[in-house]
Design a protein around this ligand. Structure first.
Ligand SMILES: [Cu+2]
Length: 133
């Protein structure tokens, strides 16, 4: 079923990310390998957990600053984002499965807005990163 994943056996590790108005809590370091992310919204508005893999050779702080500034994400991320949207107080729902690559950095963001004219949450502080080791 998961041919090529490597020598890992057993269940993937699980990591809970929490979101508030307007920040994320995520471990700074997560073990590389199969991982199931879940997202709990402890805020009062709808939030999303969007996980992107930072391209190799890019500085994490610069990438996060670029994302906050609205630069196209494709400039510094590999592939597509994996995404969960959660309403406040909702039980933890769908999970994201990822095979985290050792030594790589991932950035998590929320791009939702409270109103069409409002700034996206990423500009209000909903951006964080972790490194897979
Ligand atoms: Cu949000």
């Amino acid at each position: 079923l998961l041919a090529g994943v490597g020598s890992s056996t057993g269940a993937p590790q699980t990591v809970l990310v929490t979101g508030t108005d307007y920040a994320f809590e995520v471990p700074a370091h997560i073990r590389a390998g199969e991982t199931l992310f879940s997202f709990e919204n402890r805020g009062t508005v709808r939030h999303e957990l969007s996980i992107v893999l930072v391209k190799e050779g890019f500085d994490t702080d610069s990438v996060m600053a670029g994302i906050v500034a609205g630069s196209p994400r494709r400039n510094f991320v590999d592939g597509q984002a994996a995404l969960i949207v959660a309403r406040p107080g909702e039980p933890t729902g769908p999970r994201i499965w990822m095979n985290l690559a050792p030594g790589r950095t991932y950035v998590i963001i929320c791009t939702l807005k409270d109103t069409p004219e409002a700034k996206p949450h990423v500009m209000l502080g909903m951006v964080a990163s972790f490194r897979a080791e």
